[in-house]
Design a protein around this ligand. Structure first.
Ligand code: GAL
Length: 402
Protein backbone atom coordinates (compact mmCIF):
# COMPACT_ATOMS: atom_id res chain seq x y z
CA UNK A 1 0.00 0.00 0.00
CA UNK A 2 2.86 2.38 0.94
CA UNK A 3 4.43 1.71 -2.48
CA UNK A 4 1.16 2.57 -4.19
CA UNK A 5 0.82 5.78 -2.21
CA UNK A 6 4.45 6.59 -3.06
CA UNK A 7 3.86 6.09 -6.78
CA UNK A 8 0.67 8.14 -6.58
CA UNK A 9 2.63 10.83 -4.76
CA UNK A 10 5.35 10.91 -7.43
CA UNK A 11 2.80 11.12 -10.24
CA UNK A 12 1.00 13.78 -8.22
CA UNK A 13 4.14 15.88 -7.84
CA UNK A 14 4.93 15.57 -11.59
CA UNK A 15 1.43 16.70 -12.43
CA UNK A 16 1.77 19.30 -9.65
CA UNK A 17 4.79 20.96 -11.25
CA UNK A 18 3.06 21.13 -14.65
CA UNK A 19 0.03 22.60 -12.99
CA UNK A 20 2.21 25.02 -11.02
CA UNK A 21 3.47 26.34 -14.35
CA UNK A 22 -0.06 26.68 -15.74
CA UNK A 23 -1.16 28.28 -12.47
CA UNK A 24 1.20 31.22 -13.06
CA UNK A 25 -1.51 32.72 -15.25
CA UNK A 26 -4.43 34.42 -13.49
CA UNK A 27 -7.01 31.69 -13.15
CA UNK A 28 -10.11 33.58 -12.17
CA UNK A 29 -12.76 35.49 -13.98
CA UNK A 30 -14.69 37.48 -11.40
CA UNK A 31 -12.73 40.76 -11.18
CA UNK A 32 -13.95 41.91 -7.79
CA UNK A 33 -13.09 38.69 -6.00
CA UNK A 34 -9.73 38.38 -7.62
CA UNK A 35 -8.68 42.00 -7.88
CA UNK A 36 -5.42 41.32 -6.00
CA UNK A 37 -4.60 38.09 -7.84
CA UNK A 38 -1.36 39.43 -9.29
CA UNK A 39 -0.54 41.89 -6.49
CA UNK A 40 2.35 41.25 -4.11
CA UNK A 41 2.56 42.32 -0.47
CA UNK A 42 6.25 42.66 0.35
CA UNK A 43 8.29 44.59 2.91
CA UNK A 44 7.09 47.86 1.36
CA UNK A 45 3.39 46.98 1.79
CA UNK A 46 1.32 49.47 3.74
CA UNK A 47 -2.06 47.77 3.51
CA UNK A 48 -3.56 44.31 3.48
CA UNK A 49 -4.54 43.29 -0.05
CA UNK A 50 -6.85 40.30 0.39
CA UNK A 51 -5.88 37.50 -2.01
CA UNK A 52 -2.47 38.93 -2.96
CA UNK A 53 0.83 37.02 -2.87
CA UNK A 54 2.08 37.67 0.66
CA UNK A 55 5.82 37.67 1.36
CA UNK A 56 7.52 37.47 4.75
CA UNK A 57 10.28 39.86 5.84
CA UNK A 58 12.88 37.61 4.14
CA UNK A 59 11.02 37.88 0.83
CA UNK A 60 9.63 34.31 0.89
CA UNK A 61 5.99 33.34 0.38
CA UNK A 62 4.20 33.09 3.71
CA UNK A 63 3.23 29.46 4.25
CA UNK A 64 0.71 29.40 7.10
CA UNK A 65 -2.54 28.02 5.72
CA UNK A 66 -5.57 26.88 7.73
CA UNK A 67 -4.06 29.06 10.42
CA UNK A 68 -4.73 31.30 13.37
CA UNK A 69 -3.55 34.74 14.44
CA UNK A 70 -3.54 35.94 18.02
CA UNK A 71 -1.71 38.43 20.18
CA UNK A 72 0.27 36.41 22.67
CA UNK A 73 3.40 36.52 24.84
CA UNK A 74 6.57 35.25 23.19
CA UNK A 75 10.15 35.07 24.55
CA UNK A 76 11.86 38.47 24.19
CA UNK A 77 15.38 37.02 24.04
CA UNK A 78 16.40 38.31 27.48
CA UNK A 79 14.49 35.81 29.60
CA UNK A 80 11.26 37.82 29.63
CA UNK A 81 8.23 37.98 27.34
CA UNK A 82 6.82 40.49 24.88
CA UNK A 83 3.38 40.68 23.27
CA UNK A 84 3.24 40.24 19.53
CA UNK A 85 0.89 38.87 16.85
CA UNK A 86 1.62 35.19 16.23
CA UNK A 87 0.43 33.44 13.06
CA UNK A 88 0.52 29.65 13.11
CA UNK A 89 -0.47 27.54 10.11
CA UNK A 90 0.27 24.76 7.62
CA UNK A 91 3.43 25.05 5.57
CA UNK A 92 2.07 23.74 2.26
CA UNK A 93 5.33 24.09 0.30
CA UNK A 94 5.11 20.35 -0.48
CA UNK A 95 1.41 20.38 -1.30
CA UNK A 96 -1.30 18.35 0.37
CA UNK A 97 0.73 16.02 2.58
CA UNK A 98 3.48 16.19 5.15
CA UNK A 99 2.75 19.78 6.14
CA UNK A 100 4.94 20.99 8.99
CA UNK A 101 3.47 23.65 11.27
CA UNK A 102 5.00 27.08 10.72
CA UNK A 103 5.04 30.22 12.89
CA UNK A 104 5.38 33.91 11.98
CA UNK A 105 5.29 37.03 14.15
CA UNK A 106 4.34 40.62 13.42
CA UNK A 107 3.92 43.96 15.14
CA UNK A 108 1.51 45.42 12.57
CA UNK A 109 -0.22 42.39 10.94
CA UNK A 110 1.26 43.33 7.53
CA UNK A 111 4.95 42.47 7.88
CA UNK A 112 5.64 38.97 9.16
CA UNK A 113 8.89 37.48 10.36
CA UNK A 114 9.26 33.74 9.74
CA UNK A 115 10.29 31.51 12.67
CA UNK A 116 10.33 28.37 10.55
CA UNK A 117 8.69 25.00 11.10
CA UNK A 118 7.97 24.58 14.80
CA UNK A 119 6.35 21.13 14.59
CA UNK A 120 8.22 19.15 11.98
CA UNK A 121 7.15 16.18 9.95
CA UNK A 122 9.62 13.28 9.80
CA UNK A 123 10.94 12.05 6.44
CA UNK A 124 12.43 8.73 7.64
CA UNK A 125 11.87 6.65 10.79
CA UNK A 126 15.63 6.45 11.48
CA UNK A 127 15.84 10.24 11.70
CA UNK A 128 14.26 9.94 15.16
CA UNK A 129 17.52 8.28 16.22
CA UNK A 130 20.10 9.85 13.92
CA UNK A 131 19.00 13.41 13.15
CA UNK A 132 20.26 15.83 15.86
CA UNK A 133 17.01 17.85 15.83
CA UNK A 134 14.65 14.90 16.22
CA UNK A 135 16.87 12.94 18.63
CA UNK A 136 16.87 15.93 20.95
CA UNK A 137 13.12 16.65 20.68
CA UNK A 138 12.19 13.00 21.23
CA UNK A 139 15.02 12.12 23.65
CA UNK A 140 13.92 9.56 26.22
CA UNK A 141 11.22 8.04 23.98
CA UNK A 142 11.22 4.26 23.59
CA UNK A 143 11.46 2.63 20.15
CA UNK A 144 7.69 1.93 20.30
CA UNK A 145 6.94 5.57 21.10
CA UNK A 146 9.14 6.67 18.21
CA UNK A 147 7.29 4.26 15.89
CA UNK A 148 4.05 5.86 17.01
CA UNK A 149 5.40 9.41 16.50
CA UNK A 150 6.67 8.52 13.04
CA UNK A 151 3.30 6.99 12.19
CA UNK A 152 1.66 10.37 12.93
CA UNK A 153 4.20 12.66 11.28
CA UNK A 154 5.57 10.67 8.34
CA UNK A 155 5.47 12.13 4.81
CA UNK A 156 2.13 10.61 3.78
CA UNK A 157 0.22 11.90 6.76
CA UNK A 158 -2.17 14.84 6.92
CA UNK A 159 -1.35 17.67 9.36
CA UNK A 160 -4.01 20.35 8.97
CA UNK A 161 -5.51 23.39 10.67
CA UNK A 162 -2.94 23.73 13.49
CA UNK A 163 -3.83 26.14 16.30
CA UNK A 164 -1.87 27.24 19.37
CA UNK A 165 -2.64 28.15 22.96
CA UNK A 166 -0.39 29.73 25.57
CA UNK A 167 -0.91 28.32 29.04
CA UNK A 168 0.04 30.94 31.61
CA UNK A 169 -0.24 28.43 34.47
CA UNK A 170 2.75 26.38 33.37
CA UNK A 171 4.30 28.77 30.80
CA UNK A 172 3.75 26.20 28.04
CA UNK A 173 2.63 26.45 24.43
CA UNK A 174 0.31 23.79 23.05
CA UNK A 175 -0.55 23.02 19.43
CA UNK A 176 -3.63 21.03 18.40
CA UNK A 177 -4.04 19.91 14.80
CA UNK A 178 -6.11 17.66 12.58
CA UNK A 179 -4.11 14.45 12.27
CA UNK A 180 -5.16 12.17 9.48
CA UNK A 181 -4.14 9.61 6.89
CA UNK A 182 -5.07 6.31 5.34
CA UNK A 183 -5.52 3.09 7.30
CA UNK A 184 -5.07 -0.58 6.45
CA UNK A 185 -8.82 -0.64 5.76
CA UNK A 186 -9.07 2.45 3.62
CA UNK A 187 -6.59 4.33 1.43
CA UNK A 188 -8.68 7.50 1.72
CA UNK A 189 -6.37 10.10 3.29
CA UNK A 190 -8.94 11.13 5.87
CA UNK A 191 -9.69 7.73 7.44
CA UNK A 192 -7.95 8.29 10.79
CA UNK A 193 -9.83 11.46 11.85
CA UNK A 194 -7.98 12.35 15.05
CA UNK A 195 -6.67 15.34 17.00
CA UNK A 196 -2.90 15.65 17.34
CA UNK A 197 -1.36 17.48 20.32
CA UNK A 198 2.17 18.85 20.71
CA UNK A 199 3.87 20.98 23.37
CA UNK A 200 6.83 23.34 23.68
CA UNK A 201 8.33 25.89 26.07
CA UNK A 202 8.42 28.39 23.22
CA UNK A 203 5.99 29.31 20.42
CA UNK A 204 9.04 29.08 18.15
CA UNK A 205 9.43 25.40 18.96
CA UNK A 206 10.64 22.80 18.81
CA UNK A 207 7.21 21.29 19.54
CA UNK A 208 7.19 17.70 20.80
CA UNK A 209 4.30 15.56 19.66
CA UNK A 210 2.41 13.94 22.54
CA UNK A 211 0.08 11.82 20.44
CA UNK A 212 -3.17 11.76 18.53
CA UNK A 213 -6.56 11.08 20.00
CA UNK A 214 -10.22 10.41 19.32
CA UNK A 215 -12.40 12.85 21.30
CA UNK A 216 -15.94 12.96 22.73
CA UNK A 217 -18.78 10.84 21.41
CA UNK A 218 -22.48 11.34 20.77
CA UNK A 219 -24.21 10.72 24.11
CA UNK A 220 -26.92 8.14 24.54
CA UNK A 221 -30.35 9.53 23.72
CA UNK A 222 -29.09 11.72 20.84
CA UNK A 223 -28.92 10.75 17.20
CA UNK A 224 -25.35 9.95 16.18
CA UNK A 225 -24.93 11.01 12.54
CA UNK A 226 -22.10 8.53 12.01
CA UNK A 227 -22.18 5.73 14.58
CA UNK A 228 -19.66 3.69 12.57
CA UNK A 229 -16.75 5.86 13.75
CA UNK A 230 -16.87 7.31 17.27
CA UNK A 231 -15.06 10.40 18.52
CA UNK A 232 -13.69 11.63 15.19
CA UNK A 233 -11.90 15.01 15.05
CA UNK A 234 -11.22 16.76 11.75
CA UNK A 235 -11.22 20.52 10.88
CA UNK A 236 -10.48 22.21 14.16
CA UNK A 237 -9.87 25.34 16.13
CA UNK A 238 -9.03 26.35 19.69
CA UNK A 239 -10.59 28.99 21.88
CA UNK A 240 -9.37 30.38 25.20
CA UNK A 241 -11.99 32.14 27.28
CA UNK A 242 -11.34 35.14 29.53
CA UNK A 243 -11.12 32.90 32.63
CA UNK A 244 -8.41 30.78 30.98
CA UNK A 245 -10.69 27.81 30.20
CA UNK A 246 -9.87 26.52 26.75
CA UNK A 247 -11.88 24.52 24.24
CA UNK A 248 -11.25 22.54 21.08
CA UNK A 249 -13.88 23.04 18.38
CA UNK A 250 -13.94 20.41 15.66
CA UNK A 251 -15.93 18.60 13.02
CA UNK A 252 -16.90 15.06 13.94
CA UNK A 253 -19.31 12.29 12.91
CA UNK A 254 -17.88 12.12 9.38
CA UNK A 255 -18.02 15.90 8.97
CA UNK A 256 -21.70 16.03 9.89
CA UNK A 257 -21.63 17.54 13.38
CA UNK A 258 -19.44 20.10 15.13
CA UNK A 259 -18.38 19.47 18.73
CA UNK A 260 -17.05 21.90 21.34
CA UNK A 261 -15.04 20.10 24.01
CA UNK A 262 -13.49 21.61 27.12
CA UNK A 263 -9.75 21.07 27.65
CA UNK A 264 -7.91 20.08 30.81
CA UNK A 265 -5.83 22.54 32.86
CA UNK A 266 -2.72 21.82 30.78
CA UNK A 267 -4.61 22.18 27.47
CA UNK A 268 -3.06 18.88 26.41
CA UNK A 269 -6.21 16.76 26.52
CA UNK A 270 -9.93 16.87 27.26
CA UNK A 271 -11.41 17.96 30.60
CA UNK A 272 -12.66 14.39 31.07
CA UNK A 273 -12.04 11.04 29.49
CA UNK A 274 -14.68 10.58 26.73
CA UNK A 275 -16.09 7.62 28.70
CA UNK A 276 -16.78 9.89 31.72
CA UNK A 277 -17.47 13.21 29.96
CA UNK A 278 -20.72 14.90 30.98
CA UNK A 279 -22.76 16.33 28.12
CA UNK A 280 -23.32 20.07 28.58
CA UNK A 281 -20.45 20.35 31.08
CA UNK A 282 -17.51 18.84 29.25
CA UNK A 283 -18.80 19.11 25.69
CA UNK A 284 -21.70 19.82 23.36
CA UNK A 285 -22.62 18.79 19.83
CA UNK A 286 -23.79 21.74 17.77
CA UNK A 287 -25.84 21.66 14.55
CA UNK A 288 -26.04 17.83 14.32
CA UNK A 289 -26.19 16.69 10.71
CA UNK A 290 -25.67 20.24 9.34
CA UNK A 291 -22.35 19.25 7.71
CA UNK A 292 -20.30 22.28 8.72
CA UNK A 293 -16.53 22.54 9.07
CA UNK A 294 -13.63 25.04 9.21
CA UNK A 295 -14.89 26.40 12.57
CA UNK A 296 -13.65 29.78 13.83
CA UNK A 297 -14.87 30.75 17.30
CA UNK A 298 -14.57 34.03 19.15
CA UNK A 299 -16.27 36.02 21.91
CA UNK A 300 -17.65 39.42 21.00
CA UNK A 301 -17.51 42.52 23.17
CA UNK A 302 -21.21 41.89 23.84
CA UNK A 303 -20.15 38.74 25.72
CA UNK A 304 -21.75 36.40 23.15
CA UNK A 305 -19.86 33.56 21.53
CA UNK A 306 -19.74 33.44 17.74
CA UNK A 307 -18.81 30.56 15.49
CA UNK A 308 -18.27 30.89 11.76
CA UNK A 309 -18.21 27.74 9.65
CA UNK A 310 -18.14 26.60 6.04
CA UNK A 311 -20.00 23.80 4.35
CA UNK A 312 -18.09 20.63 3.49
CA UNK A 313 -16.97 20.86 -0.14
CA UNK A 314 -13.25 20.11 0.23
CA UNK A 315 -10.99 22.75 -1.32
CA UNK A 316 -13.93 24.41 -3.10
CA UNK A 317 -15.46 27.44 -1.47
CA UNK A 318 -19.08 27.57 -0.35
CA UNK A 319 -21.39 29.73 1.73
CA UNK A 320 -20.39 30.60 5.28
CA UNK A 321 -22.77 30.58 8.20
CA UNK A 322 -22.50 32.06 11.69
CA UNK A 323 -24.17 30.95 14.88
CA UNK A 324 -24.09 32.76 18.22
CA UNK A 325 -24.65 31.66 21.82
CA UNK A 326 -24.82 33.10 25.28
CA UNK A 327 -22.99 30.14 26.80
CA UNK A 328 -20.25 28.35 24.93
CA UNK A 329 -21.61 24.94 25.98
CA UNK A 330 -25.20 26.15 25.62
CA UNK A 331 -27.53 26.35 22.65
CA UNK A 332 -26.53 28.11 19.45
CA UNK A 333 -28.69 30.37 17.24
CA UNK A 334 -28.34 30.54 13.47
CA UNK A 335 -27.27 34.07 12.43
CA UNK A 336 -26.97 33.39 8.69
CA UNK A 337 -24.31 34.35 6.16
CA UNK A 338 -21.88 37.03 7.42
CA UNK A 339 -20.76 37.98 3.89
CA UNK A 340 -22.73 40.74 2.20
CA UNK A 341 -21.03 41.78 -1.04
CA UNK A 342 -20.53 40.18 -4.43
CA UNK A 343 -19.14 36.70 -3.87
CA UNK A 344 -21.08 36.31 -0.59
CA UNK A 345 -22.49 32.95 -1.70
CA UNK A 346 -18.94 31.51 -1.74
CA UNK A 347 -17.47 33.56 1.16
CA UNK A 348 -15.52 35.61 -1.45
CA UNK A 349 -14.01 32.29 -2.55
CA UNK A 350 -12.54 31.51 0.86
CA UNK A 351 -12.97 29.12 3.74
CA UNK A 352 -12.94 30.32 7.35
CA UNK A 353 -9.98 29.62 9.60
CA UNK A 354 -9.97 32.32 12.31
CA UNK A 355 -11.73 35.38 13.71
CA UNK A 356 -9.44 37.55 15.81
CA UNK A 357 -9.36 41.03 17.31
CA UNK A 358 -6.48 43.47 16.87
CA UNK A 359 -4.90 45.49 19.67
CA UNK A 360 -7.14 48.41 18.69
CA UNK A 361 -10.31 46.34 18.78
CA UNK A 362 -10.78 45.72 15.03
CA UNK A 363 -12.18 42.25 14.26
CA UNK A 364 -10.51 40.40 11.42
CA UNK A 365 -11.88 37.54 9.35
CA UNK A 366 -9.08 35.22 8.23
CA UNK A 367 -9.94 32.97 5.31
CA UNK A 368 -8.06 30.60 3.01
CA UNK A 369 -8.55 30.87 -0.73
CA UNK A 370 -7.44 27.34 -1.59
CA UNK A 371 -5.83 26.61 -4.92
CA UNK A 372 -6.34 22.87 -5.16
CA UNK A 373 -4.14 22.72 -8.29
CA UNK A 374 -1.22 24.20 -6.39
CA UNK A 375 -1.92 24.29 -2.66
CA UNK A 376 1.28 26.19 -1.88
CA UNK A 377 -0.16 29.07 -3.92
CA UNK A 378 -3.36 29.22 -1.85
CA UNK A 379 -3.97 32.82 -0.84
CA UNK A 380 -4.88 34.54 2.42
CA UNK A 381 -7.98 36.67 2.41
CA UNK A 382 -8.25 38.80 5.53
CA UNK A 383 -11.13 41.22 5.85
CA UNK A 384 -12.25 43.65 8.55
CA UNK A 385 -15.33 42.29 10.31
CA UNK A 386 -17.98 43.73 12.58
CA UNK A 387 -19.21 41.61 15.44
CA UNK A 388 -22.11 42.79 17.54
CA UNK A 389 -25.75 42.21 18.50
CA UNK A 390 -25.58 38.54 17.60
CA UNK A 391 -24.26 39.26 14.09
CA UNK A 392 -20.99 38.98 12.23
CA UNK A 393 -20.71 41.22 9.19
CA UNK A 394 -17.92 40.79 6.64
CA UNK A 395 -18.04 43.26 3.75
CA UNK A 396 -15.51 42.97 0.90
CA UNK A 397 -12.55 45.37 0.97
CA UNK A 398 -9.88 45.26 -1.73
CA UNK A 399 -7.30 47.08 0.44
CA UNK A 400 -7.33 48.07 4.09
CA UNK A 401 -5.12 48.94 7.03
CA UNK A 402 -5.52 46.96 10.25
C1 GAL B 1 -11.55 20.90 3.50
C2 GAL B 1 -10.90 21.19 4.84
C3 GAL B 1 -9.43 21.43 4.59
C4 GAL B 1 -8.87 20.18 3.91
C5 GAL B 1 -9.63 19.90 2.62
C6 GAL B 1 -9.17 18.64 1.93
O1 GAL B 1 -12.89 20.62 3.65
O2 GAL B 1 -11.49 22.32 5.42
O3 GAL B 1 -8.77 21.69 5.81
O4 GAL B 1 -9.00 19.09 4.77
O5 GAL B 1 -11.00 19.76 2.91
O6 GAL B 1 -9.99 18.34 0.84
Amino acid sequence: MRRMVLVMGLIGSMIGSTIQFIAEAPRRTQPQLYENETAVMDTGAEEILPGAVWLDTDGNRIQAHGGQVQRMPVPDGTGGKRMVYVWVGENKTWGHLSNPVSVYTSEDLIHWECHGDVLRTIAEREMLDTDPYFSEVYAGCSAEEKDRIYDILHPWRVVERPKMLYNEKNDQYVIWFHSDGSTEFNEYLYDIGMAGVAVSDSPFGPFRLLGRYRLNECPKGQIDCFPASKGEARDMNLFQDADGTAYVIYTSENNKTIYISKLNEDYTGLSADPADAVYGEDYVRIFPGAMREAPALCRGEDGRYYIMTSSTTGWMSNQARVWSAEEILGSWRNEGNPCVDKGASVTYDTQSTCLFQTETGQWVYMGDRWNSMNLADSRYVWLPAEIRDGKVLIPWKGAWKP
